[in-house]
Design a binder for this molecule. Structure first.
Ligand SMILES: Nc1ncnc2c1ncn2[C@@H]1O[C@H](COP(=O)(O)OP(=O)(O)OP(=O)(O)O)[C@@H](O)[C@H]1O
Ligand SMILES: [Mg+2]
Length: 505
């Protein structure tokens, strides 16, 4: 008989589903209001990712209905790629399911979001998730499923062919939640999502009583981001070991060229000479120590080209300005973007806009709006690297202070956002990112200051011009009277010539 020892009864491995079930606060499902917010956020994120994959204008419809006491029914429908039927059970019923080896900017990061919402729904409302999806060349499938927490496997309740009008996915789940406490946050999240994804159209319907619409503010569909291999500087020992296992035995040089971006024959030859390894050595003869040496050297070697920024999708100047102008009463706006940079082999770009508007609070430092891979971050701002960088700037130098209500919209895009926790709310302090943010903030401050001075100068100049025009008109009238001239000669073109700007006469 297979009886457990006392030690085995005390210890035992737990599945990822069980881990997150026990520690759901880590993923943003700690209490009943945050859970509603996270559910909407995770579903909307997935929808937008999938519409971007499909290269279409996203059309996302959210419906929240309050059922008995504190149970909510949440439905999110999109026009994205849909999910091929064979992947549905794992994508929605297995925690930490996702693609591992390709790097590109995406909102989805951990393979956790939607499954956490499904798990939360089944724990709190005892309800399965309903997925109705249609992918290319199919007409539609519907799945009803739970997650088996102990084994982290999907438990399919029902599946059937069910036509769907167009490609995309509709997810319906029931969760326990406090909508009232979090409704404003959800609206704010969607409003800001339409700023950072301005080619999307999002609607929110609450209890069938009111529909709020956000976007579309821009017609520019961002180009599809390229998926690239990891950069060699991102190769830790574990990644290297797994890659070798995956590709089987090879010449060491071929392995490096095939596995990593920016490594060709020349670069790999130089690198292998640098670490005194034979390019012809077979990878299955490498010891654990060899791997450790190679991985350490890959991360330190500074002769690799920078990571490929084509796997990134910054929002860009005119889309973000269109989004901001459509959302706030903007009186002044300046945009700036930094060149691509990297942290530990992961490419990133920071961009941002500084906006003057009476919609923002008057304060010594601008109000900060944070975005990561186009997702607005509304919680845990005090711990974020962006807040930290914001506080390091002397904003008074740029004439930003209590008299000018300004806000900063800052977007970090990267193939890997260094989130502090699985709830994806705040970004950790990485010195390369912090430095780029400081450069960005200073540049925006300079532009803001320059713009303000230009505006003040033009206000002064138009005042001067108005005064001159009045005096000049009086002079012309007086001269015409003296000369017995009938009527008063026109003066506007003369004033215009003098000031080289349009007269407002
Ligand atoms: N609406 C959708 N349209 C298309 N595919 C979807 C949709 N929702 C989920 N998926 C698929 O299911 C997978 C799992 O989603 P999930 O939200 O759990 O993880 P993720 O988005 O990869 O990462 P994260 O934990 O950051 O959300 C996604 O990677 C995607 O392939
Ligand atoms: Mg997701």
């Amino acid at each position: 008989m297979n009886q457990k020892t006392p030690l085995e009864t005390t210890f035992g491995s737990i599945s990822p589903a069980e881990f997150f079930y026990r520690n759901r606060q880590m993923a943003g499902f700690g209490n009943s209001s945050q859970a509603v917010y996270s559910t909407i956020r995770e579903l909307v994120e997935n929808s937008l990712d999938s519409c971007e994959d499909a290269e279409r204008y996203p059309d996302v419809h959210i419906r929240i209905s309050c059922e008995e006491s504190d149970i909510l029914s949440v439905r999110v429908a999109d026009n994205g790629t849909g999910v091929p039927a064979e992947y549905v059970p794992e994508a929605f019923g297995k925690i930490l399911f996702g693609s591992k080896y390709h790097e590109r900017q995406r909102r989805g990061t951990f393979g956790l979001g939607v499954t956490m919402a499904v798990l939360y729904g089944q724990i709190t409302a005892n309800s399965p998730v309903l997925i109705h999806t249609r992918s290319r060349n199919t007409s539609g499938t519907e799945y009803t499923l739970f997650i088996d927490v102990e084994s982290n496997e999907p438990l399919i309740e029902a599946t059937n062919l069910q036509e769907r009008e167009y490609e995309g996915t509709t997810i319906t789940l029931r969760i326990q939640g406090d909508l009232k406490r979090v409704q404003e946050r959800i609206v704010e999240y969607l409003r800001l999502t339409a700023v950072s994804t301005p080619h999307s159209k999002i609607s929110l319907d609450i209890d069938g009583s009111e529909t709020i619409e956000f976007g579309r503010w821009s017609n520019e569909i961002p180009p599809l981001v390229l998926s690239s291999k990891p950069h060699p500087r991102a190769a830790d020992l574990e990644l290297l070991r797994r890659f070798m296992q995956r590709v089987g035995n090879k010449r060491l040089q071929d392995f490096l060229i095939d596995s990593f971006q920016k490594v060709g024959v020349k670069t790999s030859t130089r690198f292998l000479r640098f670490i005194s390894f034979d390019p012809n050595q077979e990878t299955n003869t490498l010891t654990r120590d060899d791997l450790s040496r190679i991985s350490e050297a890959l991360r330190k070697y500074d002769d690799f080209e920078s990571p490929d920024p084509r796997s990134l999708s910054p929002i860009g100047k005119s889309p973000i300005i269109d989004g901001l102008n459509s959302t706030f009463n903007v009186s002044n706006i300046h945009y700036s973007i930094r060149p691509p940079s990297e942290w530990q082999g992961n490419p990133f770009i920071v961009e941002g806009a500084i906006v003057l508007s009476d919609d923002f609070a008057r304060s010594e430092i601008p109000t900060l709006y944070r975005f990561a891979n186009r997702v607005p971050l509304l919680y845990d701002s005090s711990e974020d690297v962006m807040t930290k960088a914001l506080k390091r700037i002397n904003w008074k130098r740029y004439t930003i202070g209590a008299s000018s209500p300004a806000a900063l919209f800052v977007h970090l895009c990267s193939t890997r956002i260094p989130y502090k926790a699985a709830g994806k709310q705040s970004i950790g302090t990485i010195s390369e990112i912090e430095n780029e943010l400081l450069y960005l903030f200073k540049e925006l401050g300079r532009r803001f200051n320059k713009g303000l001075r230009k505006e003040q100068r033009s206000v002064r100049e138009s005042k001067k011009m108005r005064e001159f025009a009045r005096t000049f008109r009086n002079l012309v009238k007086f001269s015409a009277d003296l000369a017995d001239f009938e009527g008063i000669p026109k003066t506007s073109h003369l004033i215009q010539q003098l000031f080289e700007v349009a007269s407002d006469e």
